[in-house]
Design a protein around this ligand. Sequence first.
Ligand code: NAD
Length: 243
Amino acid sequence: MNPTREAVSALRNARSVAVLTGSGVSAESGVPTFRDAQTGLWENYDPMDLATPEAFARNPELVWEWYEWRRKLIGEAKPNPAHEALSELEKRVPDFTLITQNVDGLHREAGSENVLELHGNIHRTVCSKERTTIEPENFIEGTPPKCPNCGAFLRPDVVWFGETLPVGVMEAASEAARNCEIFISAGTSSVVYPAASLPYEAMESGSLVIEINPDDTPLTAVADIVLRGSAGEILPALSSSGE
Ligand code: NAD
């Protein structure tokens, strides 16, 4: 059977589905993936050298400015057909969990409800010392701004490379992966751990694993069904065919 038909037919009767998304799902909304070249002012910087606690300790101003630029880019982005298809799929499947590595909030904007944000959300700001959320009207101005309670620098509430995930979120994602009939991995390079372990947990529990990506990833060789192409084309084809 052709892989798309095989995926459609599996999804038609599925009662529990977990989906893991990565930055490829937001690429068609104009939010660049980390592996795409950056543009303009930032083209000479590697995101792997900016999205780390060491980079923030070394040069907090540079890291804050990079996040200001990304927040603006994300603020102008709208959900694309991939986000919309996942929100539609949630309405059809009784037990549906969307696990995302994206920090852009576009899944919720598209109407998805049961969303686990593994890597936080760029629209929230926290104190780098106390970890409390601080609203923009309370920022002590500066680059980066400072915490009104303790004076430490503020930072985006995202998980940087080398940091641990928010308490409870990875556990909930593992549980969804282990209990689903179908696990879809879409638009992720499958190299950033611990998120990259989720499809393997699903596989070990007997789930059917479907990968959607234009390129090969470490998951490709072991996935049950591989759908080559963009998430914005493939996900709508999967979600509408059950109606
Ligand atoms: P990644 O940059 O490592 O990989 C992106 C993957 O998407 C690649 O495998 C690529 O082949 C695939 N891809 C590109 N265009 C696609 C499309 N149109 N449809 C489907 N797939 C497509 O991203 P990652 O795996 O998410 O992991 C890196 C980290 O980057 C994560 O921690 C994430 O938090 C962060 N990040 C988030 C955003 C965002 O929130 N939008 C953007 C950039 C990076």
